[in-house]
Structures are given as C-alpha cells and as structure tokens.
Design a protein around this ligand. Structure first.
Ligand code: SF4
Length: 235
C-alpha cells in the first residue's frame, strides 16, 4: 500500500541518502559544455567524456584550436565518442566560428543579457533545444532554472502522479512545474535536484522497465501504487 506522498524536496533527500551526493561529470562553463556535448554520439556522459579527453589531448577546445585543425584531425579525435565523428567535427567548427565571429570569443559573456536572449543564443547552436539551454544556464550559475534531465523527465512525474504521458513535452513541463513549485530557487539546490533525478532515471527509474523492486522511494510512488492514468504499463 502506498504511504503518504512525498514532497519533491523529501523525494530528493531520499534519493541523496540512497545514491550519495552527486557531482556533474561534464564541464559547467557554457562554451565548454557545448563542445563537450558534441564529443559523443549518441550523446551520453560516457561517450562525450571519451571524445572530450582525446580532443583536449590532441587538438584543444578553444575556438582558435578547433578552427585551425583539419576536419580529418578533428574527426579522428572525436572518434572514441561514437558515431558520425566527421559530422560532429564540422559542427564543432561551426560552433567555434560562431563564438569567435559573432559572440566576441566569449560565450559566457554573450549570455549575460536577458534570459530570453540567452536562450535564443544557445538554441542557435546545433543540438541545443530548450532542455539543453536550461541545463547550461543552470550549471553555469547564470540562472536558477527548474532544469530537468532531458532523458528522464518521467521520474518526478511517476512519483508524484503515476504513469507518464506519451507526449515528451507534457512530461517535461510537469516535471519542471514540480521543481519550480517546491525546490528553492537557488542554483546549488536546483543543480542538486537535476543531478539526483538524472541518476535515479538512469539507474533505477529507467524509461522502460523501471526497477521498482530496487527503488528507495517505491512505497511513496504513485506509479508503483498502480496509477496508470489510463495507460498500460511501459514495456
Ligand atoms: S517505484 Fe518504480 S516508477 Fe516509482 S520512482 Fe521507483 S523505479 Fe520509478
């Protein structure tokens, strides 16, 4: 039987007790993050870390380094990160060119205006949509946004409401609203929320086949209590 519902801060405390303190394994500087994000494909922490290490070692990551390297050399450095290294090499050149020619060589300073202008600037980079922009602005300490890990917005939705919706955007918005409503609006506290939800979504509350029998919050979870909101169990 489901015990009393948890507030989002209580849920986060339980996740931290279970997983321990979480730290980001990616660069928090906005420019470095955009480069890091293209170091792996499909983008994952492990894939991006591999490409990032070799790129730093063999080419460098500053705009002049990326612009001076041949596409072949860049692609070779990105290869450990996974698929389509040639395409990712071209994208890195495009990113470096924009930062150098259009943003004065300093992305962080270019993001210091209004939030809407910062989002617009970030979303002009390849592969950066709203969730990526929120993540960059939060982890760079530019704005205490209610960012949600892009690959697991379902975690909060399941615990609070039950089975997530089929529409990704609806789940993302529901999770964002839960954070905005209950998690104090400071950069450090919202980073902590992001990291704990990401860890839980990757390790136990997976999108398909969640490992509810191993979950530290199952006794408070609406999904585990059978709230399917009119949908069938995920396969
Ligand atoms: S009980 Fe299952 S659905 Fe609920 S949070 Fe845990 S793993 Fe996710």
């Amino acid at each position: 039987m489901r015990q009393a519902s948890l507030t989002t801060p209580e849920l986060l405390d339980r996740l931290e007790k279970f997983y321990g303190r979480q730290d980001p394994c990616w660069p928090e500087d906005p420019y470095e993050f955009v480069v890091w994000w293209h170091c792996g494909y499909p983008a994952s922490d492990a894939a991006c870390a591999k490409g990032w290490a070799k790129l730093n070692r063999e080419v460098g990551i500053d705009p002049p380094d990326l612009l001076a390297a041949s596409p072949q050399k860049l692609a070779a450095a990105l290869k450990p990160g996974g698929m389509v290294p040639e395409l990712r090499a071209l994208r890195l050149k495009e990113i470096a060119r924009r930062v150098k020619d259009e943003l004065g060589g300093d992305l962080r300073t270019a993001l210091s205006g209004s939030l809407s202008s910062a989002r617009k600037t970030l979303k002009k980079f390849p592969s950066i949509a709203d969730p990526g922009a929120d993540r960059i602005l939060l982890f760079a300490g530019i704005a205490p946004l209610a960012a949600v890990p892009s690959n697991c917005p379902h975690v909060l939705v399941r615990v609070l409401h039950g089975q997530e919706r089929e529409n990704y955007g609806v789940n993302y918005r529901d999770a964002q609203q839960a954070i905005a409503a209950e998690v104090p609006e400071t950069v450090d506290i919202r980073k902590r929320a992001y990291l704990l939800l990401k860890r839980h979504g990757q390790e136990i509350c997976k999108r398909t086949k969640p490992k509810c029998d191993k979950c530290p919050v199952s006794s408070h979870c609406a999904f585990f209590a059978g709230h399917r909101r009119g949908r069938s169990t995920p396969s």
